[in-house]
Design a protein around this ligand. Sequence first.
Ligand code: NAD
Length: 316
Amino acid sequence: MAAARIDGVALADGLKAWLAEEVRAIGAAGARAGLGTVLVGEDYAASAYERRLRRLAEAVGCRYAAEHLPADAEQADALAAVGKLNADPRISGILVLRPLPPQVSELAMYAILDPLKDVEAVHPANAGLLSLGRPRFVPSTPGSCFYLLDSYLEASGRDPGAFYQGRTAVFVGRSNNVGKPAMLLALARNLTAISCDEHTFAAGRLAEYTAQGDVLVVAAGVAGLISGDMVREGAIVIDVGINPVKDPGSGRVRLVGDVDAQSVAPKAEALSPVPGGVGPVTDAWLVHNTVLAARMAAGLDAPASPLPPRKPRLRP
Ligand code: NAD
């Protein structure tokens, strides 16, 4: 079996076209979408993410504001940067970029966010709503994983809701931003969910669990962690990892996932590539949440669900 490729770029293109329409529509009704980011330090991946988000937000007509602090910034200054965006009526959604330097508490940054602008659902109130299965915002990376899964299942003629019930999803990585909320989205879909982390690996039991996954979502940040022998025959595999590796021949840096595609592809039913899988949809999802927040802030009709449409309305 050669795994089908779950193309995140094509899905993101559809979302972007829909987002541009949505920004226009809420603008006509008097609402303005604006995304604000807070970056402390110069982390390479976080800076690249910030640049991508600015390009995307501006391309769909959404305002963008960046708060950038030096790596040795005091916690009080980092909190003040969030406070500034909280108070700015032109900003509807705020993202605190990770990693933060050790002197800045991630939880303190999350707790000070205006919950109505917390588009990554990290404020305790929004994280609580998510764990109750009633999310105000569905965080972007876990949301993107299920967008890829749902879209793939629909494209291959299956009803995602019916498919998930009684099947097993295995998550490798349990961060508060990716693995843990992805588990919550799985539970909301009546999947049987198994969560593994570095301790599972250290105990030598990772493969025992990954081999049980009808769906396998890998977000560990370890290049090539998952090989074909660890994957169930016919599994649908979502690779979230983004790892820069240096090509020994050319010396050039390229991005690879946590899944060893070469050995996994012959065994899996479908696999999301890196790059070009989860990443592009994650970016579009964050901007979608920002537009949703603007809609809510302006008191416009709430959409039926906090999710973007899976079959985006493209312009004729
Ligand atoms: P993190 O460092 O916060 O968490 C990593 C998790 O993986 C932890 O729970 C850790 O225990 C677990 N882990 C580490 N080594 C492991 C091992 N050998 N076996 C099993 N579990 C292990 O990272 P994160 O923010 O959750 O991101 C994870 C990866 O996903 C990174 O590569 C990151 O760049 C990528 N990422 C991609 C997107 C995207 O849109 N594509 C978004 C966010 C993060």
